[in-house]
Design a protein around this ligand. Structure first.
Ligand code: PDD
Length: 287
């Protein structure tokens, strides 16, 4: 089955979908994105992703080209057309294609945003074996720009970080700035000490994870203590448990940090519980 994608108002087979070579996302990474997971054919925490999309666009002064209802209709149409039971919907909005390369932003009146959406089929997304085994991470310096709260498509350094991890025989990298962990290359980072869930506070230093917000809410409801503050790699290595969250990985245990093994190398009980609560509650609220 050929995948159907969405480009600027049209549903097309993927091999017929085209974007201009002058598109500012192609030339300057001038665009933002969202990733929403699909479980049982339904969108997980869609409202949260739409809200963050609106914020990312507004921070970059790009017009939100569609209404919330239109965004939802396109997501649902792509899930249906591609028969996605479990998977992801990727959405990207760019500042458009002005027809020349210029650092200055084009006039939004004559240069509309480019809109692209596609699905990725991932059968059994919520039953990933990694959730039972846990991830190994390395730490690397966080040399990204200062507006990590905006979900832009400039993902070269996160991509390099994943490759550094892979070369070291690990699954991902945690980014460290001024001695403290900011986040993972494509996820938020947490440690667990006793009944405490510790994760960096929100600021421009990290992406305000949609999964993070839900998981912290569920943790508080389950009488866990949530502490939002920076933590070091040494503290993480000495923690009872560690985990990451993202729309595609949900809650995923971390069992090794820079070679130090946590919890005897087994995913911890608090991480497992948060993953279970998150998946149960989000499946119930999926649309
Ligand atoms: N990444 N931090 C970074 C740097 C991210 O790229 C992501 C998401 C997160 C988690 O945010 P959320 O819970 O809203 O997915 C944190 C997505 C999944 C990606 O790039 O594929």
């Amino acid at each position: 089955m050929t995948r159907t994608v969405y480009v600027n108002g049209e549903y097309l087979p993927e091999d017929q979908a085209k974007v201009s070579i002058f598109d500012r996302a192609f030339l300057m990474s001038d665009g933002v994105y969202e990733v929403t997971s699909v479980l049982d054919g339904k969108l997980i925490d869609f409202g949260g992703h739409l809200k963050r999309l609106a914020r990312s666009l507004s921070e970059l002064e790009i017009r939100n080209p569609l209404s919330d209802d239109e965004w939802l209709a396109i997501h649902r149409a792509l899930v249906a057309k591609n028969a996605i039971t479990d998977g992801l919907v990727y959405l990207q909005v760019t500042r458009g294609a002005p027809g020349d390369r210029d650092f200055a932003w084009p006039d939004p009146e004559t240069c509309p945003p480019t809109v692209v959406l596609f699905t990725q089929n991932k059968p059994g997304l919520a039953d990933s074996p990694a959730a039972k085994v846990g991830m190994k991470v390395i730490s690397i310096e966080d040399i990204r720009w200062g507006r990590r709260d905006i979900k832009t498509v400039q993902l070269l350094y996160p991509s390099m970080g994943k490759m550094m991890a892979k070369k070291a025989g690990c699954d991902d990298a945690w980014l460290v700035e001024d001695g403290a962990v900011t986040e993972g290359t494509s996820n938020n980072a947490y440690i667990v000490r006793g009944n405490q869930i510790i994760t960096r506070q929100l600021s421009n230093d990290i992406l305000h994870g949609i999964t993070r917000a839900a998981v912290l809410r569920f943790a508080r409801e389950a009488q866990m203590e949530v502490v939002e503050r920076p933590f070091t790699i040494a503290e993480a290595q000495a923690a009872d448990e560690a985990f990451i969250t993202s729309a595609s990985a949900f809650v995923m245990p971390v069992v090794e940090i820079d070679g130090a093994v946590l919890g005897g190398g087994q995913p911890g009980p608090i991480t497992a519980r948060l993953r279970e609560i998150y998946l149960d509650e989000m499946r119930k609220a999926a649309i």
